[in-house]
Design a protein around this ligand. Structure first.
Ligand code: MV4
Length: 503
């Protein structure tokens, strides 16, 4: 087993990996940029090294500098976290060339799954259902017309070099195809320098359900149930849960076995996630892509299975077999996670950097906060504005929602705007509570909020009227002060309320 690991990341995931190392009695090396010198992960690590100025390209993405620090510090392995260099095959080769262990999959598996078309072809060859579509780019409008006609509308045009929803266009009817194809190709050329576009049957109101897989170097490939990730904003996951509200033993087994077939096809090692689109009509599912890294939302899987995925990553990277068998993987309870961002939901989720002047993290039964901040820290504009991921575990989904509502009411972050108010509203939303989720949830939810929210001008007028009435009342009561003194002060009541606020 390793004696010292370098964590090539920052924020909450760096803290998360350090915690796993601590439990395994492994020393930790942090790296940080100039603006992260006081960051929580730097404080938590046994040693820390500056790797450059704030911009990621000059710090957290500098693979050669990170390898150099690992060698200098005497670390035997590097954990990449997620994002940054976590799916960079060239970095993996640099690490291995330096005689160090990369805690993650082989570079070949990363490359096989990196391209959408190659991933699709591997899935097809592995017998895994993919969305009906072309595996080669469309060459002409005539070809597109014929292909779309064979699938039936609606169809989805997708840029081969695109991803994460970029370069995607829904075509509802044949009359729109010609202009949609021309636009999709020109946008793809402008955005990715490659105008290749392919076409798929559109899955209407799909759910995004992903399967956590884990493979070791001894031929064991397992799946650790599913995560429902349909609540996304601009293709960024916002709320994730495990299991899915539509889970069933049959669906989980069918999707899990497909995910394992993909893992086997690329000789996978380590933690990975296979993403599917699931039709809410008949629960048919289709391979979307595979992520060859640990995901942000891994805590909900850990909460319902009891398996520490980071600990397993380190064990497997050290050459040990998985500490569990497929039969031992059990899902107990229901977990929900909210990604808390330093963004202002009342202002189109614009980033809201600044200093956290007060931080009160919820406690009590069934709560878990994977955070990377502390009271007084400066939330920077240089990196992803995610502050923490807050998760709860209940015996079932209803209890998990009750628990999330209670905990979000306790959560206090003062000094910056955050998405906490947004999550409090989602937990009270009937559609969310019904569990009938699909990737269009947030747009419908925001529409409902607009309808119910008073418009700002009416609200501002009401606030001014209330303030005028209060000052008039104070003036009146000052005029009859003798009479008022005999009554119990109403502030005594608010004093009790104030003490509640200091939870
Ligand atoms: C689709 C689709 C419907 N039909 N493909 C979005 C980005 C990438 N993950 C693939 N995406 C989609 N592909 C077909 N044939 C709907 C989406 C989609 C989506 C998928 C998963 C999670 C969120 C989404 C939001 C909008 C569209």
């Amino acid at each position: 087993m390793f004696k010292k690991i370098l964590i090539a990341n920052r924020g909450e995931i760096a803290c998360r990996v350090i915690r796993a190392c601590r439990e395994m009695r492994i020393e930790t090396v942090a790296v940080y940029s100039d603006v992260d010198s006081d960051a929580l992960h730097v404080r938590m690590a046994d040693e820390a090294y500056n790797i450059g100025p704030a911009p990621s390209s000059e710090s957290y993405l500098r693979g050669e500098k990170i390898v150099e620090v690992a060698l200098k510090a005497g670390a035997e392995a590097i954990h990449p976290g997620y994002g940054f260099l976590s799916e960079n095959a060239e970095f993996v080769r640099k690490v291995q060339k330096a005689g160090l262990t990369f805690i993650g999959p082989p570079p070949e598996a990363m490359e096989a799954m990196g391209g959408k078309i190659s991933a699709r072809k591997i899935a097809i060859a592995a017998g895994v259902p993919v969305v009906p579509g072309t595996t080669e780019p469309i060459d002409s409008y005539e070809e597109a017309e014929k292909t779309a006609g064979s699938f039936g509308y609606p169809v989805m045009l997708k840029a081969s070099a695109g991803g994460g929803g970029k370069g995607m266009r829904l075509v509802e009817a044949a009359s729109q195809l010609k202009s949609a194809l021309a636009t999709a190709q020109s946008e793809a050329l402008a955005s990715f320098g490659d105008d290749a576009v392919y076409i798929e049957k559109a899955i209407v109101r799909p759910r995004h359900i992903e399967i956590q897989i884990f493979s070791d170097g001894h031929g064991n490939h397992t799946y650790l149930a599913e995560r429902e990730c349909s609540i996304q904003r601009r293709h960024q996951k916002v709320i994730e849960e495990a299991p899915s509200p539509i889970n069933s033993a049959e669906l989980r087994k069918a999707m899990g076995e497909c995910a394992v077939m993909v893992a086997k096809a690329v000789d996978y090692v380590g933690a990975g996630t296979v993403e599917f689109l699931v039709s809410d009509i008949d629960h048919s599912f289709y391979f979307l892509e595979m992520n060859t890294r640990l995901q942000v939302e891994h805590p909900v899987t850990e909460l319902v299975t009891g398996i520490d995925l980071v600990r397993e990553q380190i064990r497997v990277a050290a050459g040990e077999p998985l500490s569990f068998t497929q039969d031992e993987v059990k899902v107990v309870g229901h977990a929900i996670e909210c990604r808390i961002y330093a963004e202002d939901p009342s202002n189109n989720f614009l980033p809201s950097p600044g200093t956290i002047t007060r931080l009160r993290i919820p406690q009590g039964p069934g709560v878990r906060d994977d955070g990377g901040v502390y009271e007084g820290v400066e939330v920077s504009i240089h990196y992803d504005p995610m502050i923490s991921k807050f998760a709860v575990l209940g015996r079932d989904r209803a209890e998990a929602i009750d628990r999330m509502r209670r905990a979000l009411a306790e959560y206090e972050i003062v000094g910056i705007k955050t998405t906490l108010p947004f999550f409090r509203a989602v937990m009270d939303d009937d559609e969310f509570q019904s569990g009938k989720l699909d990737t269009g949830f947030i747009s419908r939810f925001m529409e409902r909020r607009k309808e119910t929210e008073p418009d700002r001008s009416a609200l501002d007028l009401a606030i001014v009227a209330a303030a005028l009435a209060a000052s008039k009342q104070r003036a009146d009561s000052a005029a009859s002060a003798d009479v008022a003194r005999s009554r119990p002060s109403r502030w005594a009541m608010s004093g009790r309320l104030a003490s509640r606020d200091n939870l």
